[in-house]
Design a protein around this ligand. Sequence first.
Ligand code: HEM
Length: 422
Amino acid sequence: MEELRRLYGDRFILHVGWMFGSVILASDPEAIQQIFTSSKFRSTGQATRQFTGPFLGTRSVVSARGERHRRKRKLLLPPFHRERLQTYPQRIRELSDRAIRQQIPGIGFSIRPLAQSITLQVIMDVVLGECANGRDRVLREHLKNWSEAIASPIVTSSILFEPLRDLPDWTPWGQFRHLSETIDELLYAEIRHRRSHLDPHRPDILTLLLQARDENGDPLEDDEIRDELMTLLISGQETAATAIAWAMYWIHRNPSVRDRLIAELDGLGPDPDPLEMMKLPYLDAVCSETLRFYPPTPLTSQFEATEPVEFGDCLLQPGTRVSICIYLVHHREDLYPEPKQFKPERFLDRKFSQYEYLPFGGGSRRCIGEALATMEIKMVVGTLLSRYRLEMLTQMPVQPRFRGFVLLAPDRDIRFVCLGRR
Ligand code: HEM
């Protein structure tokens, strides 16, 4: 992407291939403002459907568009508001402590799976809460294996090319298919159980979905609820776990950043209040710089011109598709001098607009889980650094690499060792 921008500038056409056609990739704030605010662009959800449909289903918020999409967001957004998540900082801290205590002292561990065990538990709490017959425990194990399986290139190729989906059971695709079926059975069993024992006071999202009504006043069907649950369970764990892994990597590669962060955390005393930790300015800046450097989701989904529209020097015809390259925006020299340096201070020195800094996307598709994700990154990083003596074992520079379809993840394990409590 950087090479293409060097050759062709801030807006260029990417030919994705015969299956996916062409899309304009834009990375300048003027274009982004226009795409997010002009009524001549609408979000399609189409590419998302193509990529994620085979496993997230096609009836969830990420593939919906128009009025249906708006209704779904209205339903799903309130439980993810910061005020509704007040008890989670404490919960995330407990989970972080537990995850570290499960490591054998002096033996190395990989940070991404550790972070993922925390983010998976958090999103399961929010979305499902406690399930009948210990089903949540089984589901958690399967979801963990599922997100490992989807990183396999054979699995991603099979999702893209339908003929490959007949591969036998012993192949990675066959195992992924089996895992997906098992997860579906568990989700459907839980949906049916909760429907027949509905407790309207439970705070989880499944309860919310069971009580929701569609545009005709009918309850949502089990298939739609399953797609919604699966979408949240998957989007809610991988992205945040990846961000935590990157944050830990950058902090430990930059001793001055680590020292300043530890000093700030120590300023809160030996047993800091989680809500106070959430307000620390340097921790916030480290989190922002992490999401700037390698945004876990480097591209937004596609927007489409609904009528002829002037776009810089071009006149776009209806149906022309545009996507925003978040990664390229975040590496603009004019906005972020020395963009290849990890410098949290830049977020203390100036404020960036929503068209200059957008790790969570924007417009009508802005991430639903933004508040939860930033809480997770800050609380996990803050707890690990303030309470434990950690050393990064990985010495070689780590590069970003696509994992699954949309995630910009570390290309190798980032390993740490815990040398005890601080
Ligand atoms: C650091 C963590 C995260 C990052 C960087 C991130 C990034 C993004 C981005 C860039 C989008 C917009 C995609 C588009 O243009 O279509 C998005 C949408 C979305 N995110 Fe996140 N996300 C994160 C965490 C989460 C979490 C914890 C949840 C759990 C609820 C979540 C749920 C969603 C959903 C459901 C959408 C689709 C919204 C829609 O289509 O209206 N994300 N996210």
